[in-house]
Unconditional design. Structure first.
Length: 452
């Protein structure tokens, strides 16, 4: 029997196509090992320096001085190398034992990693340098020693396939990985970072205890926000409840560290429901000293979470059941009944779910120019004067309260004008970076005579 040569050619073509596709995917996979495998400290002077070092010093003994450490996780949420984390944290514990410190942790998102040259690392360096210079200026004006700036970059495989265009289909696979990492080892790292801020200096029994000015700020972008929120959701709920009234005393609402910032985070709005509900309970008034504990920033032009996210969730929730929950907003005239469609909250990302919006961030109508002295030291005074549906003026942006929550509610879900954050990835424009800088400074102001 003579075989059809056409069928043979077709089968051969299919086989070659499949072999080529597998070859392409295998060779297009992102690195699945640690990048920072040298644990010895290294001085960073210019791009390309310290490319394998997990601990880096920048501008030692200068106004811009900071340290930057790297800790990396695999797809199962396990530390790539426990020795890597221990080398960085042991170094930071040693610093905190003798000096006040300001720790800033950043978890990157989709398409990023701890790879040398990643632009998220570059932008994080710029933020650390800004904060270091502000800290030194403030210390000089107020005659106290500047805190040491300690940065920590958390790396994971934000990209599983590096082939252009093909890597766009990894959105949901990387989302699942982000939740896995948040449920596993990242919580240990976060709690150890918080432990550094609580370290006590040994003092003689005849000395007065020294007020510590250690602060901890944690930031997550995109799926890095998913990692961070997954790791901290229950911790933050527990600490908020612990600070509520009707105990022996009531206090400002507590959070994790001093501030959590989530930028274009990619998780469902329904995951935020518990924190939103407990902060709205009884429409309580907050003390003028209440500082923000969690700030969510989502661009109206973040189309990845605005359109792709609900489309994907529509398929993954198709067999789930949802109801309608009766809740309320805390308006100037008291509680206002609202209804939350659970299905909508489960399909839409937190930043695009309108019932949970608390503020809008827009370009400033008038640029606010402040002297060096007033530029940062008066931020807390500005923050404490929030009013329902009022506007707070920062240097380049205006923060507008929407009237859905009590002023000074510590959980802010801010919808950001697309001129400030133009898409899902480009989060480091000058205006938004300066706003984040102000939030960090606000939440980390040193204590003087028992007061912030």
């Amino acid at each position: 029997m003579i075989k059809n040569p056409t069928n043979i050619n077709i089968k051969s073509c299919i086989q070659l196509y499949l072999i080529f596709s597998v070859f392409l995917i295998i060779n297009g996979c992102a690195q699945n090992d640690a990048y920072r495998i040298n644990f010895a400290p290294c001085t960073f002077n210019q791009p390309g320096d310290c490319s394998q070092n997990a601990l880096q010093y920048y501008a030692p003994s200068q106004a811009a001085e900071y340290r930057l450490g790297f800790v990396e996780f695999d797809d199962q949420g396990q530390l790539r190398q426990r020795e890597q984390m221990e080398a960085v944290l042991d170094n930071y514990f040693t610093v905190a034992a003798k000096d006040d410190v300001l720790l800033i942790l950043f978890i990157h998102g989709w398409h990023h990693s701890a790879r040398p040259g990643d632009d998220n690392i570059h932008e994080f360096r710029k933020l650390l340098e800004k904060i270091a210079r502000i800290e030194n200026t403030s210390a000089n004006l107020n005659s106290h020693a500047p805190r040491k700036i300690l940065g920590l970059y958390v790396g994971w495989r934000g990209e599983s396939i590096e082939i252009p265009l093909l890597n766009k289909i990894t959105f949901w696979e990387r989302k699942n990985t982000a939740h896995e990492i948040g449920l596993e080892g990242v919580t240990e790292l976060l709690l150890k970072m918080e432990e550094i801020t609580n370290i006590k200096m040994g003092i003689a029994s005849t000395e007065e205890p020294k007020t510590r000015n250690n602060r901890l700020i944690v930031i997550g972008h995109s799926f890095g926000g998913t990692v961070l929120y997954t790791a901290l959701q229950q911790i933050m709920a527990d600490r908020f409840i612990d600070s509520r009234p009707n105990k022996t005393y009531s206090d400002d609402a507590k959070g994790f560290g001093d501030l959590v910032i989530l930028m274009n985070p990619a998780f469902e709005a329904i995951r935020f429901a518990t924190l939103y509900d407990i902060s709205q309970q009884d429409c309580r008034n907050y003390f003028p000293s209440q500082l923000p504990r969690m700030v969510i920033l989502t661009s109206e032009k973040d189309y990845a979470t605005r359109f792709a996210f609900p489309l994907g969730r529509s398929f993954s929730t198709i067999f789930e059941t949802h109801t309608t929950s009766k809740r309320h907003h805390c308006t100037a005239n008291g509680p206002k009944e609202i209804f939350i469609e659970q299905g909508e909250a489960d399909r839409n990302a937190i930043g695009h779910f309108k019932p949970y919006h608390t503020h809008e961030l827009v370009p400033a109508t008038t640029k606010q120019l402040r002297s060096d002295d007033a530029k940062y030291s008066h931020l807390k005074n500005i923050w404490s004067k929030q009013i329902n549906e009022g506007t707070l003026h920062f240097e380049d942006v205006d923060l507008i309260h929407l009237g859905n929550t009590k002023p000074l509610n510590p959980y802010l879900n801010i919808y950001v004008d697309g001129k400030l954050i133009p898409d899902h990835i480009k989060i480091w424009g000058d205006s938004i970076s300066d706003f984040i800088r102000d939030l960090i400074v606000l939440s980390s102001l040193p204590v003087q005579n028992g007061k912030h």
